[in-house]
Design a protein around this ligand. Structure first.
Ligand SMILES: NC(=O)C1=CN([C@@H]2O[C@H](COP(=O)(O)OP(=O)(O)OC[C@H]3O[C@@H](n4cnc5c(N)ncnc54)[C@H](OP(=O)(O)O)[C@@H]3O)[C@@H](O)[C@H]2O)C=CC1
Ligand SMILES: CC(C)(CO)C(=O)C(=O)O
Length: 340
């Protein structure tokens, strides 16, 4: 079984180390100093238990790796469309694409059923290029729960978690998803195969949607956001808008909003990835985590007043910091009070 991880940074590198340790034939696509360090010294993973160094094949050139059984895309979600030409050489007729990214994936409405079947989600897949060039039929969903960090080139620090939930868009226990789960499990990860992966995507997105931008705007950690009654209320309002959208799309939220907020608070004094990106002058995942929910709200006819406000603020914050570029024109302002 040939597995290539495209975008072997914090999450992709962690998956790569564990898959290699589990005996999979895994190769890592990366770039820059991180790639050079992994090639020269191997990939180092630091955990509470100690350090592991492994030596999988690492490359900048997917064409030299050729077609794979699985391509795990572990890029930041906003980088996927730009990477399409580099990913294509990894695809044979039966290659599966595993979307190990936060937010709504490009294939979301494939095998969804109902009136939205086959819809492209513009905020994550501008112009529907991923849908057209990868094809939705290749997709296996993946929800990333662990937190990891590239602390220096070639070195990945594990912060918490080991679960990568998997699921076919049609909910089936296909051969390909079961084999992938086995490969991840052999490496010591948890990889349950779910029949309703979209429910889990929303559960993760529920937190990212609010905690990430609030942290980028306030520079607060998760424990502070969730214990301050006022920022907690902002988070709750955003989550309730998202829940209404999810409900209209047939999503089942298996925990209630207070429990979800408490779960994030229990992570402690942790900076969200969006805050970390802002502090490091790196592009922020705003469209895949927020704009997408606004877009889906428009799609199903649910107003998103709190999301709209936070989104406007965090986009401007990102732009001023040079960490975000708008792909779409801002919507015209609505008068706050009707004209007398
Ligand atoms: N890190 C975490 O704890 C968590 C992350 N996630 C999600 O997982 C996904 C991946 O995040 P994360 O691992 O943190 O991101 P990283 O930025 O650490 O990893 C992505 C890697 O891909 C590389 N890359 C980007 N474009 C290309 C390209 N065209 N060719 C080769 N390499 C490329 C990047 O290089 P460069 O640095 O040069 O841009 C980087 O090394 C995101 O959607 C994130 O939200 C989810 C849960 C937790
Ligand atoms: C820590 C957490 C759960 C915050 O929503 C996260 O996923 C992120 O930082 O992107």
């Amino acid at each position: 079984m040939r597995i290539c991880i495209f975008g072997s940074g914090a999450i992709g590198g962690y998956m790569g180390v564990r898959l290699h340790q589990g005996g999979a034939d895994v190769s890592l696509v990366a770039r820059g100093a991180h790639l050079q360090a992994m090639r020269e010294n191997g990939v180092k993973l630091i955990t509470d238990e100690g350090e592991d160094v492994v030596h999988p094949k690492c490359s900048a050139d997917p064409a030299e790796l050729g077609p794979q059984d699985y391509v795990i895309i572990a890029l930041k979600a906003h980088s996927v469309t730009g990477a399409i030409p580099s990913i294509l050489p990894l695809l044979g007729p039966d290659t599966a694409i595993v979307t190990a990214v936060n937010g709504i994936p490009y294939w979301y409405f494939h095998k969804h059923g109902g009136e939205y079947e086959g819809r492209v989600v513009e905020s994550v897949d501008p112009g529907g290029r991923q849908w057209a060039e990868f094809g939705p039929q290749r997709a296996i969903g993946c929800v990333v729960y662990p937190a990891t960090e590239v602390v220096e080139p070639g070195v990945i620090k594990h912060v918490y978690g080991d679960k990568f939930s998997l699921g076919e868009p049609d909910g089936s226990s296909s051969d390909r998803v079961m084999k992938l789960s086995e490969a991840l499990t052999a490496g010591g990860l948890r990889a349950p195969v779910l029949d309703k992966i979209r429910d889990e995507i929303w559960l993760k997105l529920w937190g990212n949607l609010c905690f990430n931008p609030i942290s980028a705007l306030t520079h607060a950690t998760l424990d502070v956001i969730t214990s301050d009654p006022e920022t907690r209320a902002v988070a709750r309002a955003m989550m309730m808008e998202a829940k209404e959208i999810g409900d209209r799309l047939g999503v089942h939220f298996r925990v209630d909003v207070e429990r979800r907020i408490n779960g994030a608070g229990a992570v402690g004094a942790h900076k969200t990835s969006m805050l970390q990106d802002l502090e490091r002058d790196r592009p922020m995942e705003i469209d895949p985590l927020l704009t997408v929910v606004q877009e889906m709200g428009r799609m199903v006819g649910v107003p998103t007043p709190t999301i709209d406000v936070v989104l406007a603020l965090v986009k401007q914050r990102g732009e001023i910091a040079g960490c975000y570029t708008r792909t779409r024109q801002p919507e015209p302002a609505q008068p706050a009070v009707a004209a007398q």
